[in-house]
Write a protein that binds this ligand. Structure first.
Ligand SMILES: [Zn+2]
Length: 88
């Protein structure tokens, strides 16, 4: 897992060009419903993923099961605390 995170942290987002330091996993069907077809096989960072989800009015807060910040100096694991579609 850590090796995987370290290898993937050098990728850059194909939408905004920033380093993709947030490593997250969503189910394929959620990805397909949020990301435009031409970008679905590309690296899309969490910032841009959230922008696409917002534009589509799609709540993905229950769909991210793992979220890591994979930085140069440290790696953190996060959990979801709030989503627009959440019932709490
Ligand atoms: Zn981006």
């Amino acid at each position: 897992m850590l090796r995987q995170l370290r290898n993937s942290r050098q990728q850059t987002c194909k939408v905004c060009g920033r380093p993709d330091k947030f490593n997250f996993r969503v189910p394929d069907e959620v990805w397909a419903s949020i990301i435009p077809p031409e970008l679905q096989t590309k690296v899309v960072c969490l910032y841009c993923f959230d922008e696409f989800a917002h534009k589509r009015g799609k709540d993905y807060s229950q769909d991210i099961k793992t979220l890591y910040f994979a930085g140069e100096q440290a790696i953190f694991e996060f959990s979801v605390v709030w989503g627009k579609g959440a019932t709490c």
